[in-house]
Every structure is written in structure tokens, then in C-alpha cells.
Design a protein around this ligand. Structure first.
Ligand SMILES: [Zn+2]
Length: 269
């Protein structure tokens, strides 16, 4: 089967990058060898750069899950997977040293997790490119990446400020705040997540709009778990869920992320 071969190739590539983080490496995969199914959301050949590395999560599993999910609704999407910086909270990614690091892509998916990297000169290489107009999707630990930094550039880019989460993972009932938004198309209004971490949002930035929310089991307050943001000329979609393999096995979550990617890239309305 093409898909299983394709996935194995993807996992091998991530593994090879992980074993040699000194090299800037890319894995490029086309998802367009399968016929478009009836549920395809777009036939556009959008180019996605996924940056996925750092602490605390199963990034090869998450990458495979997102690739599979996207293939169902955007069969011509092209994925480039960048996994660099190691598995600690203090990594950096050499890709960002190139001022044009994002220019060949329609959307960047940030799924990296480097909470203790705090050099503003470093992360402004990322935010500057987005502010100029490169769309982005930010997932889970991207919200706690650069958490130790004093400057707020990264948080303004995300659209939220978060520095902690409910101590225990739980299955959270989700309230749809903007049920008619295209990103949430097809999403049930009684979605309960798989076991995951709820991030506490300390600040919701002015250009952000909440799409869905969930209530903390610790303080009883409601926090956005999915939102859109406008950062300079760039569209941003974010979700704070995405910790567990359970979540990345949940078709509701995966469809939301896939549609968020397409929306940010301007591929669906
Ligand atoms: Zn996590």
C-alpha cells in the first residue's frame, strides 16, 4: 500500500534527523498519490512546513497522525518536516538563521517545545517572518515554547499568554464558541477530548478570537482551547490541546487541526 510505505518513510526520516541534529535536514513528502475522496475540502497543492521537536511529546506519532488526517481532506498538500534541536527544553533550530526560512511555504505548523529557550534575538527571527505575512498554526507546547522569555513577541504571535496547565490530564468537554467558523465545520457540539492537558490562558491578546473553550478542573474557569489570531499580515490558528497520543488519535481533533492549517493558508473559506 502506498500510504503505509509513505508513513514508514516519514518515520525513518524523522528518526534519521533526530540522530544527527547538527545538520539541517528536510523530509519532503507528497500526499497526492491517492484519489481525492468525496470529503476533500480543497484540491489546492498547499505547501506545509511542520516544525516538530523538543521536550515531552511523541512527535513522530503526531506527525504521522497529522499527515494522515490532512491527506483525507487536502490530498495534494505537501509536507516538509523539520525536526531539529533535540528533546530538551533548551533547543534551537538553525533553520531560523536564514531570513527567508519560511518563504517557500504556504503555512508553518509550529509543534516545537522549548520552554527554557529565551533569547529574544533568536525567536524574533521567527516572529518577524510571520509578522510579514507567513501564516501559522500553533499546537499545544508551542504555547509554552520560549515561556522563560521576558519579551512578549512570541506570545503576541500566538495570540495567547500561557505558562502552566491543569496538573492532571483529563477528558475535557468542549464548548464551541464560534460553531459556524469554517475551521469547526463538522465538529460535534458535544465533543469531549481524549485525556489531555488544559493550558491556563493568562492573557488573550486583542487580535485573537476564541473558537472553542473548556473549563479547568482546578480553578473552574473557562479558557480558549482553539482560536484565530491576526499577527501583522499573517493568519494564525492555535489550539492548546495536543499533548497525548490519545488526542492525536482523535479524528475530531485531527480534523480541526487540518482545517486550521487550510484556513491559515487561505485554502478554505
Ligand atoms: Zn504536553
Amino acid at each position: 500500500m502506498y500510504m503505509s510505505k509513505h508513513i514508514n518513510q516519514l518515520l525513518r526520516c524523522i528518526k534519521s534527523i533526530g540522530s544527527n541534529s547538527m545538520f539541517l535536514s528536510f523530509c519532503v513528502f507528497l500526499s497526492n498519490s491517492e484519489p481525492i475522496n468525496a470529503q476533500a475540502a480543497t484540491n489546492k497543492a498547499i505547501k506545509i512546513l511542520l516544525i516538530t521537536s523538543g521536550c515531552c511529546h511523541n512527535y513522530p506519532f503526531q506527525t504521522k497522525a497529522m499527515n494522515d488526517a490532512m491527506n483525507k481532506i487536502a490530498p495534494k498538500a505537501t509536507w516538509t518536516v523539520m525536526s531539529e534541536g533535540g528533546t530538551t527544553t533548551r533547543g534551537t533550530i538553525a533553520l531560523y538563521d536564514n531570513p527567508d526560512w519560511g518563504k517557500n511555504y504556504d503555512v508553518i505548523v509550529h509543534n516545537e517545545c522549548f520552554a527554557d529557550t529565551k533569547d529574544s534575538e533568536y525567536f524574533r527571527k521567527i516572529t518577524k517572518a510571520h509578522y510579514a505575512g507567513i501564516p501559522a498554526v500553533v499546537i499545544h507546547c508551542a504555547m509554552h515554547t520560549y515561556r522563560a522569555a521576558e519579551e512578549n513577541d512570541w506570545r503576541e504571535f500566538l495570540g495567547v499568554t500561557s505558562k502552566r496547565h491543569d496538573e492532571k490530564q483529563a477528558k475535557y468537554p468542549v464548548t464551541l464558541v464560534e460553531a459556524k467558523h469554517t475551521i469547526l465545520k463538522g465538529m460535534p457540539n458535544n465533543w469531549v477530548t481524549r485525556s489531555d492537558e488544559l493550558y491556563i490562558i493568562d492573557k488573550f491578546w486583542p487580535n485573537s478570537k476564541a473558537l472553542a473553550s473548556a473549563v479547568s478542573e482546578v480553578d473552574g474557569k473557562s479558557y480558549p482551547i482553539a482560536w484565530t489570531n491576526q499577527y501583522g499580515k499573517a493568519r494564525v490558528f492555535g489550539t492548546t490541546f495536543g499533548h497525548s497520543t490519545g488526542t492525536f488519535s482523535d479524528p475530531i481533533f485531527l480534523t480541526m487541526v487540518s482545517r486550521g492549517i487550510l484556513w491559515a493558508a487561505g485554502a478554505i473559506k
